[in-house]
Design a protein around this ligand. Structure first.
Ligand SMILES: *[C@@H]1O[C@H](CO)[C@@H](O)[C@H](O)[C@H]1NC(C)=O
Ligand SMILES: *[C@@H]1O[C@H](CO)[C@@H](O)[C@H](O)[C@H]1NC(C)=O
Length: 461
């Protein structure tokens, strides 16, 4: 750790981060002329997602029942109401096909996904009502271009936790191929209804019939993965919590936190308080309609004799000169910044739990995955994906060369890597839990900003 020439600065007061963290608290305003704040008139409209247009700095906010567009100076330029709506969580759409017999009540629409679709100049905003339908809003004025809701695939996720869905848009350069939306979600006990991860058509026409249709789907193969019902007999409250998603090179990646699978009646599966969690990175090829490229690898970090295994937040950024040098990678190579809480058991509430910021060169993770693919295709070990294959399935050997961008075959897939990839710790914090991170390169220097539970912002340079 001492090898890193990083300075840590603590800013007691800050701009966007803290503004957003304390959106609804009655704090004094204007104590510092340099910092602008934005507050909604209704304190119940807590904000859940933020997207910034990289071309002009416009800010989009997803809140309860509202989507906002703000100028770079945080002045409201447009808003779009998304709720409340007459709904019942027990109703399964499409309602045109199966009318719902449950009583409807006015239900808040919590924003669960907010993505900029640059190519079509629109915002994809998915909410919690009606089992998670999405609106496509014009970036300019938030005018509703479409709200597909007549097919089962238009319903992305069932519950109202703002942090349960992560999406990545994959654009193909030539404009001939339809863009894709990779979407990953906690299933909230409804594995039959919602795949945990899938790739969807992102049609150019916001009202197109095929919007969000699976990229591929036939009787045997589909561009999706569902949690099998067998998994729930082993871990009744099993779910995969997606924390972050991004695209890099030929791949799409998701970072997850999930209960560790054991054997039925085995250790660690007793009461919920004893549940042991593990953090994993999921990798898929951008162009893999059959999802044969699905690979999972556990991530963790250790610092000062403590293990940090519970992923809280992550951000991908290029490495600046010094960080690249310290990690042995090239300037500008992708590095994953990740915040983990200490231990392996999740603690609810605001109790103090130590946390650490760690970095992983993406190349190192890819190398580890390639080595595991190679060993599996030599017939070594098992597929090692306990939540997906409750029975151990041995790897089958096949004579083929596994190159860097190998996308799998219909054998030896999906594959889990059992050995954990350990990050390099940059800093740890015992008194105030770190909960968010963002990083970028300024004049060849890596800069990272970390937000904490108490609303502080720390800057690492
Ligand atoms: C989410 O759903 C739960 C249970 O139905 C409810 O208690 C909670 O108020 C909802 N959250 C919002 C923001 O409406
Ligand atoms: C960043 O590093 C590159 C390669 O070492 C160098 O050519 C460039 O001038 C540097 N830029 C700045 C702003 O220091």
């Amino acid at each position: 750790m001492a090898a890193f020439p990083w300075r840590q600065t603590c800013l007691a007061f800050c701009c966007l981060f803290q503004t957003l963290a304390t959106l609804s608290s009655p704090q004094q305003q204007g104590t510092d002329q340099q910092h602008r704040t934005f507050r909604v008139e209704n304190p119940d409209w807590t904000f859940s997602h933020l997207a910034v247009d990289s071309r002009n700095g416009n800010v989009y906010l997803g809140a309860v029942n509202q989507i906002f567009k703000l100028s770079p100076g945080l002045e409201v330029q447009a808003s779009h109401q998304t709720g409340p709506e007459e709904d019942n969580r027990k109703c399964y759409p499409p309602r045109i096909v199966q009318p719902c017999g449950e009583p409807l009540t006015l239900t808040n629409n919590v924003n669960k996904l907010l993505l900029l679709d640059y190519r079509q100049e629109r915002l994809l905003a998915c909410g919690s009502v009606f089992q998670g339908i999405c609106k496509l809003l014009r970036l300019d004025d938030l005018f509703k271009l479409g709200e597909p809701s007549h097919r089962k695939e238009h319903y992305l996720s069932g519950h109202n936790h703002s942090g349960s869905v992560v999406g990545v848009i994959v654009s193909h350069g030539d404009g001939q191929v339809t863009d894709r939306l990779f979407v990953a979600t906690a299933v909230g006990g409804e594995p039959e209804y919602f795949p945990t991860i899938s790739s969807r058509q992102l049609a150019r026409d916001s009202e197109a019939e095929g919007m969000f249709a699976y990229v591929f789907h036939d009787e045997f193969v589909a561009s999706m993965i569902k949690v099998p019902s067998d998994t729930f007999t082993v871990v009744p409250d099993f779910d995969i919590h997606y924390v972050y998603g991004f695209a890099s090179g030929a791949f799409v990646y998701f970072l997850t936190l999930q209960p560790e699978m054991g054997r039925p009646g085995g250790a660690g599966l007793g009461g919920g308080a004893e549940r042991v969690y593990t953090s994993k990175l999921v990798r898929l090829c951008k162009d893999d309609p059959a999802f044969n490229s699905y690979v999972e690898v556990p991530l963790g970090c250790a610092s000062g004799g403590a293990e940090y295994r519970l992923l809280q937040a992550a951000h991908l950024a290029p490495a600046g000169t010094e960080l690249a040098h310290a990690l042995g990678v090239e300037l500008g190579e992708h590095v994953l910044y990740a915040i983990f809480s200490q231990g392996r058991k999740r603690r609810e509430g605001n109790g103090v739990q130590g946390s650490a910021l760690c970095v992983f060169p993406l190349r190192q993770i890819n190398t580890r995955i390639k080595e595991r693919l190679q060993s599996c295709y030599r017939g070594e070990g098992t597929l090692d994906l306990a939540w997906l294959k409750v029975k151990d399935i041995p790897c089958s050997s096949a004579l083929l060369t596994i190159y860097d961008n190998f996308c799998g075959l219909d054998m030896n897939a999906p594959l889990g890597v059992s050995e954990m990839v350990l990050g390099v710790p940059l800093m740890s914090e015992e008194l105030d839990k770190m909960t968010s991170v963002i990083a970028y390169v300024y004049k060849n220097h890596s800069l990272a900003f970390v937000g904490t539970q108490r609303g502080q912002l720390k800057k690492l340079a």
